[in-house]
Design a protein around this ligand. Sequence first.
Ligand code: CA2
Length: 147
Amino acid sequence: MSRIVYLINGPNLNLLGQREPHLYGHQTLADVQTECTRLAAQLKLQLECRQSNAEHQLIDWIQEARARAGGIVLNAAALSHTSVGIRDALTACAIPIIEVHISNIYQREAFRHHSHVSAVAAGVIIGCGTQGYQLALQRLATLLDAA
Ligand code: CA2
């Protein structure tokens, strides 16, 4: 099983740390990616970090991960709540997917309470702040170690 893991972030997460710290904390996306790359190395995982505001680009990366990775950590952001295309791309993957949401989507507007990603994810981490990405990597390492 490949030890490559894709860390994929969706729309507007490039703004992390720049606005709405009460929801998303103070870390920038670069901070998150640096911290996760360091943790991944400790877990003997090779991390590929990606972020896009475009749905088609996220789908292309999910398909790329399907071909070469052992797992995906995905925060599809607002597209989690709307994109059947992302769900279909994930369904085609035989590798474990851990969904992350930084904020607790269940404490927020009703339209955020459903995610198309959750039903096809091996695990879901919600409301743990940016630490959720690290928790997701630890879970993937556990799953890959057991495979
Ligand atoms: O809590 C999460 O991680 C979300 O996936 C974040 C999405 C939101 O649409 C989901 O419902 C929950 C929004 C990401 C926007 O990120 C920003 C970060 C800083 C400033 C502005 C937006």
